[in-house]
Design a protein around this ligand. Structure first.
Ligand code: COS
Length: 384
């Protein structure tokens, strides 16, 4: 793996870092405290090309590649994890449409996701009874007798940005239950925000990522035209799996960004805080914590960048994405937990960001596939 960044990657990293530190970071605590969706900040990210980093330029995206995306994600997450997850899902939605969409679908939705016309895009896979096992979903899209479209019926759960999305990618069961059971009878559809019959439920009151929006959706016999089908009929499960592989690289980068911020603040605190007549950073107990935190952080970043580099080279990267996700997210939880410990009593208050990082990072071992699911993917690849 080449560890030297290209000119494009360096530029994307610099652009994201400047915007994240100047514009996003000063707002993060307030956005969290007010559980406020970062609408204006997202528009700023779109203006910089960061809402569609992997969407080709002819569709309005940056076409900068998977590693550039990981670099940008780390920068944004280091400033505000809520903004980062909103950016992550929107980027994923744009990439799926660019990859699997018809020319009309691509040309309609990708530029709107890229330029911020849509505040966000949403990925509607999970259901109340189908989280780790999306193949067990019960939402259906039934072909009309005329054959001219589908009726979408059911509900979804944990939908990031659902109250603000311009477009949803929705997975629904289309297959005959006998010939296309389980994962083989699922298709993927595009649904416009505001479509009659779409109800956005009450936003979840979450431990962290409070400025991101997470809602349930209800589809009440929504009539979808045939042109809403994304990809092949009954081919939707594989689209979800491929998208999640890329999404997991993004979440590992998000975890790296949050942990980086927690570590930097811990180093600063260890320099500033005096006890027993000297800075606490002079005590070996604190030094060893900082050493372990920075080692875990570097290892996480390397795994993330390796998975991103494989993706960019169009090589298989499913196993590496799961390794990056499980390692980086678990390491980041440990790093953020130690950051609170180093900050002592102050770390338990809102006077410092350490508590926000710990609340925010906790989701990263759960969403985009739990740690347990990542271990299933990794183990299966070894045993195959
Ligand atoms: N890329 C492409 N295709 C894939 C794939 C991948 N990464 N992973 C699986 N597939 C394909 C398989 O090859 C199989 O194809 P065939 O039907 O042609 O044989 C099909 O998809 C079904 O795969 P599998 O039998 O492995 O499906 P399972 O139901 O056993 O599920 C896991 C596999 C557990 C990996 C999957 O359900 C999963 O990722 N769950 C977590 C979901 C998740 O991350 N949810 C969070 C949503 S965002 S908050």
């Amino acid at each position: 793996m080449n560890l030297t960044l290209t000119e494009t990657q360096t530029l994307v990293q610099k652009t994201a870092r400047e915007f994240a530190q100047k514009v996003i970071a000063p707002e993060a605590a307030r956005l969290d405290a007010e559980s406020r969706f970062p609408r204006e900040i997202l528009k700023g990210l779109a203006d910089l090309g960061l809402m569609a980093v992997n969407v080709p330029e002819d569709l309005g995206g940056s076409g900068a590649g998977a590693l550039s995306y990981a670099l940008a994600m780390e920068e944004v997450a280091a400033a505000c994890a809520s903004t980062a997850v909103t950016m992550a899902v929107t980027n994923m939605v744009g990439e799926i449409i660019a990859h699997f969409g018809t020319p009309a679908q691509r040309e309609f939705h990708c530029p709107r996701l890229a330029d911020g016309t849509y505040a966000a895009g949403s990925f509607a896979l999970s259901e109340a009874g189908a989280g780790s096992d999306p193949g067990g979903m019960s939402t259906t899209a039934t072909l009309l007798e005329s054959g001219e479209g589908y009726v979408l019926r059911g509900d979804k759960q944990w939908i990031t940005s659902g109250a603000h999305a311009g477009v949803f990618i929705v997975w629904a069961r289309t297959g005959n239950r006998e010939t296309h059971a389980g994962t083989r009878g699922i298709s993927c559809f595009l649904l416009d925000g505001g479509t009659p019959g779409l109800t956005i439920g009450k936003a979840e009151d979450k431990l962290g990522l409070r400025a991101s929006n997470t809602v349930p959706l209800v589809f009440d016999d929504i009539q979808l035209p045939k042109t809403a089908l994304l990809g092949e009929l009954n081919g939707g499960f594989k689209i979800a799996m491929m998208a999640l592989d890329g999404g997991r690289v993004g979440i590992s980068a998000q975890a790296v960004g949050i942990a980086r911020a927690a570590l930097a603040e811990s180093v600063q605190y260890a320099r500033d805080r005096k006890q027993f007549g000297k800075a606490i950073g002079e005590f070996q107990g604190i030094q060893w914590k900082l050493a372990d935190m920075s080692t875990k952080l570097e290892a996480s970043r390397l795994l993330c960048h390796r998975a991103a580099a494989l993706k960019e080279a169009k090589k298989p990267f499913s196993r590496e994405a799961s390794m990056a996700k499980v390692f980086a997210s678990e390491a980041a939880v440990e790093i953020c937990n130690e950051a609170v410990q180093i900050h002592g009593g102050y770390g338990y208050t809102r006077d410092f960001a350490a508590e926000r990082h710990l609340r925010d990072v906790r989701a990263s071992t759960i969403y985009e596939g739990t740690s347990e699911i990542q271990r299933i993917v990794i183990a299966r690849s070894q045993l195959a």
